[in-house]
Design a protein around this ligand. Structure first.
Ligand SMILES: CC(C)(COP(=O)(O)OP(=O)(O)OC[C@H]1O[C@@H](n2cnc3c(N)ncnc32)[C@H](O)[C@@H]1OP(=O)(O)O)[C@@H](O)C(=O)NCCC(=O)NCCS
Length: 185
């Protein structure tokens, strides 16, 4: 499959694309790194990560919403895992803006750049009306990225596992308040 087939979108310095088997090592290192995952529930187990990422790479079009691989145009290196995830938040179906950068790629404005790109993609290409971000209260960098993308703090929530998170959100121009009610509730 060519790069063009896997492309989600690109920005000035970055490409966001679907996963391949060549990404499994990079993504496994990223999600097993204690510093990277500090505010996201901690490092995941490597064998489990390899299995999950290999499955995703085998069917890169299976999920409508997913985390995709962030590539630095200048170097061609993979530098992050970013995208849109469907989440149940207090009984409402929401789409979460999510960004994870490798340590060496942080501090260059990449998260802000891809968050802006994801917001545009979600509202203009996918026709979504609303995005949220769930942020660990001490994750100042992530909060700053959400604010720069135009999201605002809404409230603190407790996730099903008991974790406290700050809920940030943004609605598309003309958007209606509230997430979509789940059909079966
Ligand atoms: C959060 C994260 C994605 C930010 O990535 P980044 O590419 O370094 O962010 P940017 O360079 O785009 O910086 C965005 C803003 O955050 C600010 N910022 C960066 N690190 C910060 C920190 N530790 N404390 C406060 N602000 C910080 C930057 O100064 C910038 O604001 P400015 O333009 O007003 O100066 C990155 O730190 C990361 O991947 N962390 C681990 C994974 C994670 O926690 N993801 C979020 C899950 S909700």
């Amino acid at each position: 499959m060519s790069e063009a087939d896997l492309l989600i979108f690109e920005t000035a310095r970055l490409v966001l694309r679907r996963q391949t088997q060549d990404d499994v090592d990079f993504l496994t290192e990223l999600w097993s790194n204690p510093d990277v995952t500090r505010y996201m529930g901690g490092p995941r187990e490597k064998d489990w990560l390899r299995t999950v990422f290999a499955e995703t790479a085998a069917a890169p079009f299976a999920e409508a919403y997913d985390l995709w691989v962030l590539v630095e145009k200048e170097s061609g290196q993979s530098v992050g895992h970013c995208g849109l995830l469907d989440k149940d938040i207090e009984g409402h179906a929401e789409i979460e803006l999510s960004y994870v950068l490798a340590p060496e790629a942080q501090g260059k404005g990449y998260a802000a750049e891809i968050a802006a790109g994801l917001k545009k993609y979600a509202f203009e290409e996918l026709g979504l009306r609303r995005l949220v971000a769930l942020i660990e209260p001490e994750n100042a960098a992530s909060e700053r990225v959400a604010l720069k993308a135009g999201l605002h703090f809404d409230r603190q929530i407790i996730r099903p596992g008991g974790a406290l998170r700050k809920l940030y959100l943004i609605e598309a121009a003309g958007g209606e308040a509230g997430g979509m009610e789940k059909q079966n509730e």
